[in-house]
Each structure stands twice: as structure tokens, then as C-alpha cells.
Design a protein around this ligand. Structure first.
Ligand SMILES: Nc1ncnc2c1ncn2[C@@H]1O[C@H](COP(=O)(O)OP(=O)(O)O)[C@@H](O)[C@H]1O
Ligand SMILES: [Mg+2]
Length: 267
């Protein structure tokens, strides 16, 4: 693996029957950066992440993550990274405290250090009151906080977060941003997925915009902003255009208008 490269993906393809979920994607993630996969629902973000983790087999393409091959070295990858799944798979009958202790024992970490760090994170995310409460009873946002903390307790070199902020309020998003910044300042990297341009803009150094399994734009936020300026559009507008969401919104709105008009005529 070349200097400072944490993830390398070349011409990656994954098909499910007749759906081309990932259709020839290539990108690199470098040491110390927060890299975002940005795209609408169904773009292929989760599939790309699962391929990188060795949870799915690709149809075609090459991948390397922390120098490992996901198809053969899934276990090594799991030990070295922190992963927050889109669908939380955490043990619902445990409390956050139990879960963090469990992680400490599985990952062979010092329990008292883990407990101290976990409590610090829980406090900074304003979730300490749930420390001894069963995870099943927590809100979606608080479950996400617990998942994010679980993923960083062992100080992984690479954090992979699949839409981790969907249930969080604006303040918690800021705290998570701080956590990610601290992580990258210490040389860590982050691969992050979101369907929200604003979140990508706020959190990522560089983004790959994907639509229908294909890469439709890549660059630093600044580069993409400059390109948008040249087109006389905002970054958000360019994102919506690149991912074909602008026309679909217009169509939906005009259909809604029409059906609303018909309803009024019926009254
Ligand atoms: N296990 C699966 N079987 C069949 N189709 C799937 C499966 N997983 C994902 N897909 C399809 O692949 C496409 C990409 O899905 P996904 O990677 O989950 O997108 P995203 O995470 O960007 O929302 C979608 O059309 C989705 O329906
Ligand atoms: Mg997804």
C-alpha cells in the first residue's frame, strides 16, 4: 500500500440479481482524513462499506484496507477498525456500561481506562443518565451515541461510520464532529456515509458523491464548492443535480399539487 493510504478501492462492483448496487467505484482514503460517501438512499453506500469489511463478496474489483484484503483478512480488519453499522446490532438487553465492559474484555483493553473514557464520552454527548439503563429502552439517537462510543474505545486507526448521525440532534452532531476531529488529529482516519450534503460539508475533508452505484463527483469540499461556483450553483444544488434528485423533487411536488387540486375540486 502506498504511503499514507488507508483504503484503496478500484473498479469495485457488486450486483444483487438485477440491481447494480455498486457499479465500478474507485477511491482512496488517506491517513488523517475524514472521507465521506455521499449519496441518496439506494446509492450503494452501505454495500460499499460492507464490501470493505468483508461482509459481502464483490463481483469485481480490488480493495485494500489498512493493508489487508477484505476477502481473505476480514478478522484482522475487524480488530483494527471501529465500525458503526447503519442498523445498530448492539446487545439490547445490556446497559451501555455492560456493553463497554464487554467490549473491553473482548478487545483485551484495560477495564478501568475504558470505563473512564466511556463515561467521558457519555457525558460529552449528554447521555450519562442512560449509562445504567437497558439499551433496548434508549431512543434511536442515544443508541447511536452508544454505538459510536463502542466503536472508538479501542482507539482504532480507522473508523467506519454508516449514517451514524441520522437520529442525533444538532448539538450531538457537533460533539461527534469534535470526536472525529480528535481522532484524525491523532493520525486516525474516518470513512463516513451520509445522504445529507450539509452533514458531509460539516464533517468531511473529502467526499465521493455516488448515485446508482456510480461515482459522479469526488474532491475536497473546497474543490467541489469552487466547481459549483463556476456553475453558478450552490454545493447543495450541484449535489441534487449530480444525484438526479432535483428533477425527481420537482416531479413529486407537481404531482402532489395536482392531486391536491383534484381533491379541492371534489369538495
Ligand atoms: N441484500 C440485498 N439484496 C438485494 N438488493 C440489495 C441488497 N442490499 C442492497 N440492495 C440494493 O442495492 C442498492 C444499494 O443499496 P445500499 O448499498 O443499501 O444503498 P445506500 O446505503 O446508499 O442507501 C439498493 O437498490 C438496494 O435495494
Ligand atoms: Mg445505507
Amino acid at each position: 500500500m502506498s504511503n499514507g493510504r488507508i483504503i484503496a478501492v478500484r473498479n469495485l462492483k457488486k450486483h444483487f440479481e438485477n440491481v447494480k448496487a455498486v457499479d465500478g467505484i474507485s477511491f482512496n482514503v488517506n491517513a488523517g482524513e475524514v472521507f465521506g460517501l455521499l449519496g441518496p438512499n439506494g446509492a450503494g453506500k452501505t454495500t460499499t462499506i460492507k464490501l470493505l469489511l468483508g461482509l459481502l463478496e464483490p463481483n469485481e474489483g480490488e480493495m485494500e484496507i489498512l493493508g489487508y484484503d477484505p476477502e481473505r483478512e476480514e478478522v484482522q480488519i475487524k480488530q483494527k477498525i471501529g465500525y458503526v453499522a447503519e442498523e445498530p446490532l448492539i446487545f439490547k438487553s445490556l446497559t451501555p456500561k455492560d456493553l463497554f465492559n464487554f467490549i473491553a474484555s473482548v478487545r483485551e483493553l484495560d477495564e478501568s481506562i475504558v470505563e473512564e473514557r466511556a463515561q467521558e464520552y457519555m457525558e460529552s454527548l449528554e447521555a450519562m443518565e442512560y449509562y445504567n439503563q437497558m439499551i433496548a429502552t434508549l431512543s434511536h439517537g442515544n443508541k447511536q451515541k452508544v454505538q459510536i462510543i463502542s466503536a472508538i474505545l479501542h482507539d482504532p486507526r480507522l473508523l467506519i461510520l454508516d449514517e451514524p448521525l441520522s437520529g442525533l440532534d444538532a448539538k450531538s452532531v457537533k460533539v461527534v464532529k469534535e470526536i472525529l476531529d480528535l481522532h484524525t488529529e491523532n493520525g486516525g482516519s474516518v470513512l463516513f456515509s451520509t445522504h445529507i450534503m450539509e452533514i458531509a460539508e460539516e464533517l468531511c475533508d473529502r467526499i465521493a458523491i455516488i448515485n446508482k452505484g456510480r461515482l459522479v463527483g469526488i474532491g475536497t469540499i473546497e474543490e467541489l464548492r469552487q466547481q459549483s461556483d463556476k456553475l453558478g450553483a450552490s454545493l447543495e444544488e450541484v449535489f441534487l443535480r449530480l444525484t438526479e434528485q432535483d428533477t425527481s423533487v420537482n416531479e413529486i411536488v407537481s404531482k402532489l399539487r395536482e392531486s391536491f387540486k383534484k381533491k379541492k375540486e371534489l369538495i
